[in-house]
Design a protein around this ligand. Sequence first.
Ligand code: VAH
Length: 320
Amino acid sequence: MKKILITGALGQIGSELTCHMREIYGLEQVIATDIRKGANTAVESGPFEILDVTDAQAMYDMAKKHHVDTIIHLAALLSATAEAKPLLAWNLNMGGLVNALEVSKELGCQFFTPSSIGAFGPSTPKTKTPQNTIQRPTTMYGVNKVSGELLCDYYYQKFGVDTRGLRFPGLISYVTPPGGGTTDYAVEIYYQAIRQKAYTSYIDKGTYMDMMYMPDALQAIICLMEADPAYLKHRNAYNVSAMSIDPEAIATSIRKVIPDFELSYQVDPIRQSIAESWPDSLDCTIATEEWGFNPLYDLDRMTVEMLGKLSEKYSLVGTS
Ligand code: VAH
């Protein structure tokens, strides 16, 4: 029986992955942890503990106490916050990762942590970015993600830790908004669409980035972690994505549900420059070949569900 510890369980991925894994493996089989407690289904639906991932001993003691055999390490600062606080980002993103890898090595845990399209940089081929290509990111977040990919490979090759990872695109969900990301606009636009039928984007028209609806991201994590390791030639940092879109594409999709939705722009130069350093579209064929990656949501299907769920959530039923 799996016993899973999730760090960063109150974040955008963690809050949904915790509940998803509890449905699959059992409520008591998933220990949710985060730096602080909050009103969240991840806290209320099963075991929750406060954990600072920069405290190596605390992480080891908690994993041992709960007889954990799987660590899902999500605690990290995202790209925009990391760019504003680079040293804090290095200490948290890399310090937390090393601690989680060391605990996995000591206790023989299977290990997952996400990488990102942020692991690529301006010299990376921007269209249909290959699985194996140039990785010279120009952001602290990107440096963290490339370093993390290499560190996870090292712990597998040197110590035999069963490390696995995905290069996530921007993730879109209606449960827990992201914080401090460059792709957050693609979530905010849906919230503003149901509230005001208008949104002012900080990312410019024509700025394409990879995106994916959260249910596809959760399924990708489960599929990868359950995959036969004999087929995992790449193991860490698989390219995964469901769509390559810009703000105009999302607005066009929203107008199929809310015809009078209006999109305007007030570009944030910092997050715009981060976005421009990332690929426009990933090549995800390796993930499909090695473990069956197969996203189910395209832009319009995601839009219909996002607007419907957010309208229910904010009891605006029938307004969109
Ligand atoms: C960010 N949402 O914007 C994250 C993600 C691909 C982007 O890593 O920083």
